[in-house]
Design a binder for this molecule. Sequence first.
Ligand code: COA
Length: 367
Amino acid sequence: MTDPSCRVVELAPDDDLFPSWCEVWAAAGRDARPATPPRPAQEHVALGRELMAQGGSRDGTHRAALVDGAVAGALRLLLPLRDNPSLAMVDLAVHPAARRRGLGSALLAEARAIAATHGRSLLVSEVDEPGPGAPGRAFAERHGWSCDLVETRRELALPVDEHRLAALEAGAAAAGAGYEIVTWRDRTPDPLLADRALLERRMTTDAPYGDLPVGEEEWDGDRIREYEQTHLARGRTVLSAGAVTGGRLVGFTDLQIPLAQPEFVHQGGTLVLRAHRGHRLGARMKAAVLRELAAGFPEVRRISTYNSDGNTPMVAVNEELGFRPAGALSSWSARLRDPLAVGRLGMVEVAGVLHSRAARASGAGCG
Ligand SMILES: CC(C)(COP(=O)(O)OP(=O)(O)OC[C@H]1O[C@@H](n2cnc3c(N)ncnc32)[C@H](O)[C@@H]1OP(=O)(O)O)[C@@H](O)C(=O)NCCC(=O)NCCS
């Protein structure tokens, strides 16, 4: 039963209530993981402006659940524009002090209605699960969503043990003769841009998803530049390493550092093209970017990453580096039948399964 004093309103990133909307995310984050600094408001504002600007690769909108005029719940809906045309990504949080009063359900109903109005028939969302009993899991199950994927979150405490890192580098270098490891910060070098776009596209087809049907994303150099700009606008700097052979970039790994609170860093994607696997390039690239991080940002204390348990090679590299499990991230989906009719009637039927890597728009790292 929804709290009768609850009202759902549309918000834009420059509205007076937007800082309170950001604070809902921060409070939910502190509640779930007290030792992890929540995402700064600047990240939400920058993403919000990007979603509302014309010409980008995705569209989006924000809603707030107000109780007695104060923001108690937050919804962001992202709509990919270049690919996955049936998909809408749902980011949803309710302030810990306002839970179990129907606010989450009211915002989810709003998300379904908006998605349907835009002709989207699939909703996806992610739930952070620091341990058993995460409220997001019970909520998603209650609403009939399908759990498509569970990834283990791992964290690496820094500084990395020098002996461990040097041993990994020595072993990996011997296996990867013929490949040069290069590094860059924030802007992919122009000669490598087209290859970098192909790698991002392969992230949406090659990373293991069990039996999930995954929509391949359309990436080109312009979209890579847009993505790079998004990180800068959000106040993040990105350290990257790549593997190059014959002048072509065949692998990459990214670390995203929130400059306002650099002690906690997010792993972005890591991928090596199929034809170049088996040379320990993943380990070499990760070691190289860790060296860059240690040199430029000695204040960093932890890195977090997410891997499917079936991603044996990536998990092995991470374990070798010293990453240790720290909960899970689950991905959920629901299908709206006849979205346009749903939009008109304001009701939905939930069924079916689909997951898209596009859900990574929410910012979780993997690799
Ligand atoms: C998940 C979340 C949005 C739910 O918000 P909420 O306002 O408490 O949700 P509702 O009151 O609408 O809950 C609807 C139903 O979901 C189930 N549910 C929600 N939280 C639950 C919990 N902690 N334990 C068990 N069931 C729960 C219940 O069936 C509940 O109905 P009931 O209260 O009548 O028993 C909130 O806990 C949250 O912000 N969590 C962190 C972020 C997150 O996980 N987002 C989910 C993305 S899908």
